[in-house]
Design a protein. Structure first.
Length: 314
């Protein structure tokens, strides 16, 4: 497994902004939980202790990590994030996620802004942005170190939470600025590739979305290639580049994660869960479940049967 760790933040101004953001978010959250704020698409996450390794689905979003440490595994790459770094996802991705450092004195804190791809395209139509570095392939997940401009924009969003009457007027303006800052940065090319209509990455993203919505169906690569309007081998190459998985691996992760959620939340047995997510053989389901989660289905569910709010988001 390879590890991707953004460089540590060394800019004193960025450190000052990060500390202020941490103090304000900790006051706003008050207790450990994921909060959907009054600002559209803006969430706050706080934990005072490390978490179990959880299976999550990341949507197109920007996650700004302010305190603590979180590890995210995608397709054999481990992304390790500490305060001052960010994670950018441009498509829906099934990941394994774990908060590895958090205490009551210094809780894990993160701010999450979901990304509207239509807004991204609108911003791209108004401005020329730097391309990806030569030879750099677009990826659905990328990480980096937050700039002062990015931190300042998020800080102003957080301050709006203290002045709710101003949210309707100012939040959209600040969110547009935040998208602009992301597109300006070295990781913005990954987002632009997904948003560019007709680009191979954008067509591949259509295949990812189709597979996300039809994961219970038998996977036929010819049908998926038709959705993307690409050849089978070309789609396979670009799919792996964006998601770090093959289409079949992506489908398996979605199936197994959904089955796990249904067993936990609805109390159904493993065989029923297997059939509901598209497996024809419960024994195959159990083998693949154990390979991904480390235990047979019902034993895993028994050890994991805790309140599921912590798995809801970043």
């Amino acid at each position: 497994m390879t590890t991707s760790t953004p460089d540590r933040q060394t800019d004193p101004h960025c450190e000052t902004l990060r500390r202020e953001l941490s103090l304000r978010l900790a006051r706003y959250a008050e207790t450990e939980r994921v909060i959907v704020t009054p600002i559209p698409g803006f969430l706050v996450s706080m934990r005072t202790a490390p978490s179990a390794c959880l299976f999550l689905r990341y949507e197109p979003e920007l996650v700004l990590f302010l305190q603590g440490e979180k590890q995210i595994e995608l397709g054999g790459t481990l992304y390790r994030h500490t305060g001052g770094s960010f994670l950018l996802t441009s498509i829906d991705l099934p990941v394994m996620s774990q908060i590895t450092r958090a205490t009551p004195e210094e809780p894990y804190l993160a701010a999450v802004q979901r990304l509207d791809m239509n807004l991204v395209r609108e911003m791209m139509s108004r401005e020329e942005f730097p391309p990806l570095a030569p030879g750099q392939a677009p990826q659905g997940m990328a990480s980096g170190v937050a700039t002062a401009e990015m931190l300042d924009a998020v800080l102003r969003l957080v301050k709006l939470l203290e002045r709710p009457a101003e949210i309707a007027v100012l939040a959209d303006l600040i969110q547009r600025e935040l998208v602009f800052r992301v597109l300006q940065g070295p990781q913005g090319g990954h987002l632009r590739a997904i948003a560019t209509l007709g680009d191979q990455s954008q067509r591949t993203a259509k295949a990812v979305a189709w597979l996300r919505d039809n994961y219970t169906k038998t996977l036929r690569m010819e049908e998926l290639a038709e959705v993307a309007q690409m050849g089978v081998s070309t789609l396979h190459h670009h799919f792996r580049s964006l998601t770090s998985m093959s289409p079949l691996q992506y489908q398996k992760r979605l199936r197994l994660h959904t089955a796990r959620e249904r067993m936990l939340l609805e109390g159904i047995d493993a065989a029923s869960a297997a059939f509901e997510v598209g497996y024809e053989s419960p024994s195959q389901f159990s083998r693949e479940y154990r390979r991904l989660f480390g235990q047979p289905p019902m034993r895993d569910v028994k050890t994991r049967r805790t309140p599921t709010a912590e798995a809801a988001y970043s």
